[in-house]
Design a binder for this molecule. Structure first.
Ligand SMILES: NC(=O)c1ccc[n+]([C@@H]2O[C@H](COP(=O)([O-])OP(=O)(O)OC[C@H]3O[C@@H](n4cnc5c(N)ncnc54)[C@H](O)[C@@H]3O)[C@@H](O)[C@H]2O)c1
Length: 350
């Protein structure tokens, strides 16, 4: 019996990963159903429906222009229809639309369905941090893996060599997802530290805001390198504080150091934070002006992270993550980042 893939989301990353999936669906016809449905949130684009343009040209004209995706991928605007008979669900919507999407599809799932989340972000409850993969797992009652890595969507879509990390507790599902995603130019490895992989993907966006503040202030390379190093340590400390079993080695996989590096040099959070630090504009203005409908994820995550650090009374152990929040939301000037880092106590072990 073949596996049927549904892609839930079709923004910049959703469309890029659809390109990768299209390659593997054709490569393994004995494994995969030759139609992949991709849920597209309908929008008008230059007077036409985005989904109709996609199904005619096989190109997402708004979110991934210039890239042709295999015609096995079909845009479907009804989310329930998009997952009909699907056994492998690839979640790649922006974080804020996840819960509603789960509620909509829950009664219509195939009994064979398993999921993987490519979404970057965290949620909170009264006790602490909730992984987005756990939201999918708990709402839908299905095994859920994650895929994170140094993956600027446009570069992956162009076939530039990249790596990604799959986090999964289930070896069989992990091996299947490696078949879904691994290509000669998109190398995927699998580890079982789901929380470590996912927290890397979420928190690096907050560190990227700090990197963008450095660029906006025209600070030199030494300073930005220090911000990245401290940021990586705080990512690890955060993951290990809230989840047991998170491994240090995870932070040396593509989801860790590599993703942090590329996000802090090329990503959208860095770009918007640079514009914000130059002054005169709020993050929502900068997002609207620079991202062409794409969603900035780092500021939302910075808010969530700060709320939980404050609740647990541990902001002093996370000077960088805390300063990013205070600069973004409490009117502290970007230079405050350096003050916060200069005042941190040296730690022998974090
Ligand atoms: N773009 C990248 O390079 C990249 C790389 C790795 C991971 N990610 C992550 O992937 C996830 C998805 O990001 P993206 O880049 O594909 O999206 P995006 O920001 O490019 O696009 C936003 C998407 O949200 C859709 N949308 C708008 N309003 C909606 C609504 N009310 N309900 C449902 N959908 C709506 C839009 O149609 C569009 O598909 C994010 O968590 C992001 O952090 C992105």
């Amino acid at each position: 019996m073949t596996e049927k893939i549904a892609i839930i989301g079709s923004g910049n990353w959703g469309s890029a990963i659809a390109k990768v999936i299209g390659v593997n669906v054709r490569r393994y016809p004995e494994l995969f159903d030759q139609e992949v449905r991709m849920w597209m949130f309908e929008e008008d684009y230059k007077g036409q429906k985005l989904s109709q343009i996609f199904n005619k040209t096989h190109e997402n004209a708004k979110y991934l222009p210039g890239i042709t995706i295999d015609d096995c991928v079909v845009a479907v605007t009804d989310v329930v229809e998009s997952i009909k008979d699907a056994t492998l669900l690839v979640f790649v919507t922006p974080h804020q639309f996840l819960k509603k999407t789960c509620q909509q599809i829950k009664p219509h799932l195939s009994p064979r369905a398993r999921a993987i989340s490519l979404i970057k972000g965290v949620d909170l409850n009264e006790d602490g941090v909730v992984l987005l993969s756990d939201i999918i797992k708990d709402n839908l009652g299905i095994d859920t893996s994650v895929l994170m890595g140094a993956n600027i969507a446009n570069e992956v879509a162009k076939g530039m060599f990249s790596e990604a990390t799959i986090g999964s507790k289930d070896a069989k599902n992990a091996e299947m997802f490696v078949k879904v995603f691994d290509t000669p130019t998109f190398k995927c490895s699998w580890i079982d530290d789901v929380a470590g992989v996912e927290i890397c993907g979420a928190i690096k966006n907050v560190v990227a805001l700090a990197a963008g503040f450095c660029d906006g202030m025209k600070l030199p390379g030494n300073t930005k390198a220090a911000v990245l190093r401290i940021g990586l340590l705080e990512m690890r400390a955060f993951a290990q504080y809230f989840f047991s079993g998170v491994k240090t080695d995870t932070f040396f996989e593509s989801c860790g150091l590599a993703d942090l590096f590329v996000t802090c040099t090329e990503g959208r959070n860095r770009k918007c934070a640079e514009a914000f630090a130059r002054g005169g504009k709020s993050f929502s203005q900068v997002e609207a002006e620079l991202l062409n409908g794409q969603k900035l994820q780092g500021t939302g995550t910075a808010e969530e992270v700060y709320r939980i650090l404050k609740k647990k009374k541990i902001t002093q152990d996370f000077p960088l993550l805390t300063a990013v929040y205070e600069i973004s939301f409490e009117g502290k000037p970007p230079r405050y980042l350096l003050e916060a880092l200069a005042n941190q106590k040296p730690k022998s072990k974090l």
